[in-house]
Design a protein around this ligand. Structure first.
Ligand code: BES
Ligand code: MN
Ligand code: MN
Length: 463
C-alpha cells in the first residue's frame, strides 16, 4: 500500500481532471437561468464523495438548493471532523473581461503562480478548495490512514447568503454532531507565508431606490426644476462617509469591539507590502478610515460600500433624460460585536432621514450574516497550525479575513462548534472577479495538508 504522498503523486493528473469537470458546470446560484447546472453540480459532488469512499451520500433538499451530505464513521468513540464547503459560484460577469471562458478551465502561469494556475469561475472560491477535501478524503481512504470520522456538508447557496442553511442546521442538529468544523474557503497571506483566518466579518446588504418624478423627463425641459433622483442618491451616498473615512450612520460604531494596542501590534506583524498591493490593483495610492492600517481596515473595522449603482440612461451614446428612479446596492461589513439586524435598522432609519422632501426613498434589506472570531487556543486551531507547519515548513500566522461566511456564526450558535478556516487561496486569485484562478501548487498543497489536520486533531483529542 502506498503512502499518502505516493498516492497523491500517482493520481495528480486525475485529481485535476476531476476538478476541471466540476468547474465546467456553471453553478451560479444567483441566477435561476443556471438552476439545472447548479443541481447537476450537487449530483457531481455527491458522486465524487461516493467514489472517494464515503457512506450515506445524500442530496438533501432545503428551501433552496440542496446540501450534499456524506460521511464515514469508522469508530463512534473517535472524534468527528465536519467538512463544510460550497459548490455554487458567483456570476461570471463581466464576461468580456475574461481572457479565457469562465467555465472552460485553462491552465496559465502568472507572476505569482509560476507553476501554473487554473483559470475558471469557482476555481478558488470554492470548488477548487472544496474539492481538495474530497480528494484528501480519497487519499486517506485509499492509503488506509483515515484516523477519525468525517461528515461532509457541501452547500449550494453560500454566494447568495445561505438563507436556507440556518433552518436546515436546526432541523439536522443530530446528524451534524461532531467535534470541529473544517473549512477551506479563505486565503493565506502568500505561498511562502501560510496563515489561518481566525475571524470573519459579518454583512448587512441593502438595496435602495430613490424616486423623483413619476416618469423619465426631458432633461432640458425639466432639468434644474425637478429633483433628479440620480443626483440626490449620489449626494446621499457621498454623505455616508466623512472626510476621515468614518461611516456617518448614527450608532454604527456603538457595538464595535476595539482591539487592545497589543492585539493591534500582533495583527500588524503579518507581512504586508503596500507597494505590491497598490501595484497589483493598479492604483496610485490606497485610502480608508483614518487611524487604521490596511490590514486593520480589511480585518477588524466595519465598512460601507456601494456594490452597484444605476438609473437613467446607461446605453450607447447620449440620451438627454432626467430619470424617474435611481438605485444602489449598498453593503456593510460588520465586525464583532455588531449585529446585522441592528445595523440594517440603523442604516434604514438614517438613509430615509437623509432624503430631501423632493424624493421618495425605499430601502430593502437583502441577506445578512454575523461576524465571528475564532479562538487560537483550541485543539482545532492547533491541529491546523501543526498541519500547515508540516507542509509549509513555517508556522502559519493568525489573521483576520475580510470576507464573510455567514454559516460560521450559525455553526457556533446552533452546533456550538468552532470552525477552523484552513484556506489555501490567495487574495490576488481574483475571487468574484473576471479571471478567477487557483494555483496548482495551492490545490495540491491543500490535498497534502488536510490529512495532516485529521491526524493532529485526532492525536490532540486523545491526549
Ligand atoms: N469564500 C468567500 C469568503 C471569503 C473570501 C472569506 C476570502 C475570507 C477571505 C465567500 O464565498 C464569500 O464570497 N462570501 C460572501 C458573503 C455572502 C453572504 C455572499 C462575501 O464575503 O461577500
Ligand atoms: Mn467561498
Ligand atoms: Mn465567494
Amino acid at each position: 500500500m502506498s503512502t499518502q504522498k505516493e498516492y497523491l503523486e500517482a493520481n495528480k493528473q486525475r485529481f485535476l481532471d476531476e476538478l476541471f469537470a466540476l468547474l465546467r458546470l456553471p453553478s451560479v446560484s444567483a441566477d435561476v437561468k443556471y438552476k439545472d447546472d447548479v443541481l447537476r453540480t450537487a449530483d457531481m459532488v455527491a458522486d465524487s464523495l461516493r467514489k472517494a469512499g464515503a457512506d450515506n451520500v445524500e442530496i438533501m433538499p432545503t428551501g433552496g438548493y440542496p446540501i450534499v451530505y456524506a460521511d464515514k464513521i469508522i469508530d463512534a468513540t473517535l472524534p468527528t471532523v465536519i467538512v463544510y464547503g460550497h459548490y455554487d459560484v458567483q456570476p461570471a460577469d463581466p464576461i468580456n473581461l475574461w481572457h479565457t471562458p469562465p467555465f472552460e478551465p485553462t491552465i496559465k502561469t502568472t507572476e505569482i503562480h509560476p507553476e501554473g494556475a487554473i483559470f475558471a469561475r469557482g476555481s478558488c472560491d470554492d470548488k477548487g478548495q472544496m474539492y481538495m477535501h474530497v480528494k484528501a478524503f480519497e487519499v486517506m481512504m485509499q492509503t488506509n490512514t483515515l484516523p477519525c470520522n468525517v461528515k461532509f456538508m457541501i452547500e449550494g447557496e453560500e454566494e447568495v447568503g445561505s438563507a436556507n442553511l440556518g433552518k436546515f442546521l436546526q432541523d439536522n442538529k443530530e446528524r451534524y454532531n461532531g467535534d470541529v468544523i473544517l473549512i477551506s474557503d479563505t486565503s493565506i497571506i502568500a505561498n511562502d507565508t501560510p496563515s489561518i483566518d481566525c475571524g470573519l466579518r459579518g454583512l448587512a446588504y441593502m438595496e435602495v431606490e430613490v424616486t423623483g418624478p413619476n416618469r423619465d423627463l426631458h432633461s432640458g425641459v425639466y432639468g434644474g426644476a425637478v429633483a433628479n433622483p440620480a443626483n440626490v442618491l449620489s449626494k446621499m451616498i457621498a454623505s455616508l462617509h466623512d472626510d476621515n473615512g468614518h461611516v456617518t450612520i448614527k450608532g454604527f460604531y456603538d457595538d464595535v469591539i476595539e482591539l487592545t494596542t497589543q492585539e493591534r501590534i500582533e495583527l500588524n506583524k503579518a507581512p504586508f507590502d503596500i507597494t505590491v498591493y497598490e501595484k497589483d490593483l493598479d492604483i496610485a495610492t490606497i485610502q480608508g478610515e483614518k487611524g487604521y492600517t490596511t490590514i486593520e481596515r480589511t480585518g477588524i473595522r466595519p465598512t460601507l460600500d456601494v456594490n452597484g449603482i444605476w438609473g437613467g440612461y446607461t446605453g450607447e451614446g447620449a440620451k438627454t433624460v432626467l430619470p424617474s428612479k435611481a438605485y444602489a446596492k449598498i453593503s456593510m461589513r460588520l465586525v464583532p460585536n455588531q449585529n446585522s439586524d441592528k445595523v440594517t435598522k440603523l442604516f434604514t432609519d438614517h438613509f430615509k432621514a437623509l432624503a430631501p422632501a423632493s424624493v421618495k426613498v425605499k430601502v430593502t434589506p437583502h441577506h445578512g450574516g454575523e461576524p465571528v472570531v475564532i479562538p487560537t487556543n483550541s485543539i482545532g486551531y492547533k491541529a491546523a497550525e501543526l498541519a500547515m507547519t508540516e507542509t509549509y515548513g513555517k508556522k502559519p500566522i493568525p489573521t483576520r479575513g475580510g470576507g464573510s461566511i455567514p454559516i460560521v456564526a450559525l455553526f457556533k450558535s446552533v452546533l456550538k462548534l468552532d470552525s477552523i478556516l484552513m484556506g489555501f487561496g490567495l487574495d490576488s486569485d481574483a475571487l468574484h472577479s473576471p479571471n478567477e484562478h487557483y494555483g496548482l501548487v495551492n490545490y495540491y498543497k491543500g490535498i497534502e495538508t488536510i490529512p495532516l489536520f485529521y491526524k493532529h486533531f485526532t492525536n490532540l483529542k486523545k491526549n
